[in-house]
Design a protein around this ligand. Structure first.
Ligand code: MRU
Length: 375
């Protein structure tokens, strides 16, 4: 029997459904995205999240908008203006993951190029839609390549005599992408080789992408795995021989500094202290060559309620699924940055769909520009 894969995004021309990740792991509910307002809201409220999934849902939500409204756009100029305005709006949903900005820029260039060649608004819309749909297809293949290259790198650099244990943070799997995943894709790929002894995933407070989503994916795929609180990572590395910490990325600067889910930086520090590999898994769409270092990455601040309130259910009362419990003392100030920046010096290697990037001997930074051919 073939186990169906988890799908965060279901799309066919004229219909876009996303798995509501606020309800996972308790309920599997697909909600329709009927246009850019729905797309923007689903991204902002984190019904869909993860850098590649954010970009793809934004792009496809405009396909749906155009499917319904395209014929009301008078001419090519009006179509171009509408697409540009919609992309600008979608870019305001979340600020840190660069994939959204990269997708918007590429789609805008494609649309402009089509408009330069035709006077038919329909052809312009088709060019946009074809390019957006291609992003959905490409993402899965890119993730499989990241998984393959990342797994090979880890197997070549981890001790062959020690059972292979890895730790991951946040959710970077099928739920965060069009399928397979990036860091979790590497874990899937390691598992497929038969060499993976055990995977650990962090809870990933405050939003619990680890305990709600990654744990769900690991159980779903029958990968031997254990959940730990974020505060247990160093104790775990001290006690168990964890060969590698594998994380995703929301934005990688030209020097390799990497923004990822809050808590990633402290994991990189503990990896260094305990001699574990620290691997970033990122498609090239997560690399922002326009910024020299991580200092320039905008860090999203999320609402304090994500820290002070915890969502959950009582096992026998599934109707409480959307209920929250106050866990912080009322009146306390709350700091809730959604991401942090790990300096390149703490990163061992960056696994992309084009191969694994490492630092030159004696250097503390990566040269992402040369690796990616300068684009
Ligand atoms: O706030 P989120 O859940 O969107 O943050 C997700 C992460 O930080 C992931 O590690 C990153 O987007 C890579 S997903 C393949």
């Amino acid at each position: 029997m073939v186990t169906p894969t988890l799908e965060a995004i279901r799309y066919k021309r004229g219909e876009l459904l996303i798995l509501d990740q606020l309800l996972l792991p308790h309920e599997t509910v697909y909600i329709p995205i009927n246009g850019i307002k729905d797309g923007h809201s689903a991204i902002k409220t984190m019904q869909v999240r993860g850098a590649p999934a954010i970009a793809i849902v934004a792009a496809l939500s405009l396909c749906i908008e155009l499917f319904h409204k395209g014929e009301t756009l008078a001419d090519t100029a009006a179509t171009l203006a509408f697409i540009e305005e919609s992309l600008q709006y979608l870019k305001t949903s979340r600020p840190t993951a660069v994939n959204l900005f990269d997708a918007a820029q590429k789609l805008w260039k494609t649309t402009q190029a089509a408009a330069a060649q035709t006077v038919s608004p329909k052809d312009v819309i088709n060019a946009y839609v074809d390019a957006a749909e291609q992003m959905l297809t490409d993402d899965v293949q890119d993730n499989k390549n990241i998984g393959k290259y990342g797994a090979e790198y880890i197997l070549n650099h981890a001790s062959p005599s020690t059972p292979l244990k890895v730790l991951t943070h946040c959710n970077t799997g099928s739920l965060a992408t069009a399928g397979y995943g990036t860091a979790l894709g590497i874990i899937r790929s390691l598992h497929a080789t038969g060499r993976l002894e055990h995977a650990y995933c962090t809870e990933t407070r405050p939003y619990n992408q680890g305990s709600r989503l990654t744990a769900y994916e690991l159980v779903y795929d029958n990968i031997p795995a254990t959940l730990v609180c974020d505060s247990m990572a160093s104790a775990l590395l001290r006690q168990e021989k964890v060969a590698a910490i594998i994380v995703g990325a929301d934005r990688v600067a030209a020097n390799g500094d990497t923004a990822n889910k809050i808590g990633t930086y402290q994991l990189a520090i503990t990896a260094k202290h305990h001699g574990a590999l620290f691997i970033v898994a990122a498609p090239s769409t997560s690399v922002d060559l326009s910024i020299a270092s991580g200092d320039e990455i905008p860090i999203e601040q999320r609402p304090p309620q994500e820290v002070s309130l915890v969502r959950g259910i009582l096992p026998d009362e599934p109707q409480l699924v959307a209920k929250t419990v106050q866990v912080a003392a009322k009146g306390i100030n709350i700091w809730n940055p959604s991401f942090d920046v790990t300096p390149a010096s703490l990163i061992t290697a960056i696994a992309t769909e084009k191969g694994v990037v490492t630092k030159k001997d004696g250097e503390s930074q990566f040269d992402m520009r040369t690796f990616l051919g300068g684009n």
